[in-house]
Ligand binder design. Sequence first.
Ligand SMILES: [Zn+2]
Length: 286
Amino acid sequence: MTDVTTAVSTTESTTATTGVVSTDPATWDEAFRAEVTRVREVVARLHAELPRWELVVWTAGNVSQRIRHASGDLLVIKPSGVTYDELTPEAMVVCDLTGALVEGDRSPSSDTAAHAYTYAHMPEVGGVVHTHSTYATAWAARAEPIPCVLTMMADEFGGDIPVGPFALIGDDSIGQGIVATLGGGRSRAVLMRNHGPFTIGRDAKDAVKAAVMVEEVARTVHISRQLGEPTRIPAEQVDSLYERYQYVYGQGGAVRAPLTVVADDVTPSSSTSSSTSSTDTTEDAR
Ligand SMILES: [Zn+2]
């Protein structure tokens, strides 16, 4: 990875108090319990956005959000094989950044390993979304990056939407492909080859927005191509649009500062696959 910075530590902005061990719910105090409850509600609600924007069929898509804590960050994600109508806050599951289940009654989504690896290696990322949305996945099937031919692409993604490597579900392979492709770059979306889009954001809502936007631009550029080759935006104009949108537009300021990869200083457990590649690989987004 390049452009390694040390800007953000996973230990900042925690709700840590004495005695709380994030991976042991028995030790959670009122404040941390409240934070877990809040993020469960956020993630459950955002799952409803996937069918609403026609990004998923059946159970093929998932949203997660990071919970920061000094004793180890956690993530909240949907359980495996549960339909979107059943996704209450209580049904969500809590995992650590190896993908191991911390709290919940069901198995985590079979994509949890990819989400967990991304959080572990990109500390600024607070939300991850995966879908098989039709047009974005069609570009992934061709292993072709979406060229930056729209100002909204320059605004949102700062250039082309890149293609990630072919990777199979069940271990860290997909996560490695996401981090290797998005690390140090500006795009918040990657088209995993022969698979579909994964998006990242400062929180889950931001990542859902990126998932909606990548499908929108994939569709528009595809349609444009039917009548000829779309015209690329010159690189300097892409830079200008991106800078303006990220730092000025919408009073975003620092809150919308580009996501950057921080060092490989969090080592995910090699046991990721054991906790997330459950028998249920026919469900969720694969
Ligand atoms: Zn998938």
